[in-house]
Design a binder for this molecule. Sequence first.
Ligand SMILES: [Zn+2]
Length: 194
Amino acid sequence: MTIHVAQPRQAQPVSPQACPALVLNADYRPLSYYPLSLWSWQDTIKAVCLDRVNIVSHYDRTIRSPGAEIRLPSVVSLKTFIQPSREPAFTRFNVFLRDRFCCQYCGAREDLTFDHVIPRSKGGLTTWGNVVAACSPCNVRKADRLPAQVKMFPLQKPYAPSVHDLHANGRLFPPNYLHESWMDYLYWDSELEP
Ligand SMILES: [Zn+2]
């Protein structure tokens, strides 16, 4: 069996733009998971110059500034602890993640959009409890009608997920790009839970 490591452009020189830094809180946990807290290399260098972060790990890539050569940080940690928010943000990505990138009516994984279970025209809100991932064909079929009118009910009742719920699903759908130096700070805490 061949194991492919996701390093699609390894042969080409890495541009500074492709060198985001993973941002850790002062307790060395990611500042946020969903979305993963990443800064562009420019913002990272700025924060280093302002003495707001410690550099935890580097890329091999360097940039030149007048009089100095700087290795781009791949992981930084904040010097001051920020209280992380306990509730995941209500974002398109997080709704998809909660629903495991599956249409909640037919299970399709392609052509995903969003559906208001109770249509907006009938007073439905844009909230965790009323928005689900739905493929375009199901969205068109359901249109502006109530679930009972079209006999289309979500596979799971939409709910506001906890960070823990998203962690569990996030491990099934890791981001496309994860630098090796990030691995020590990602996922281990959820894997250690009983
Ligand atoms: Zn569908």
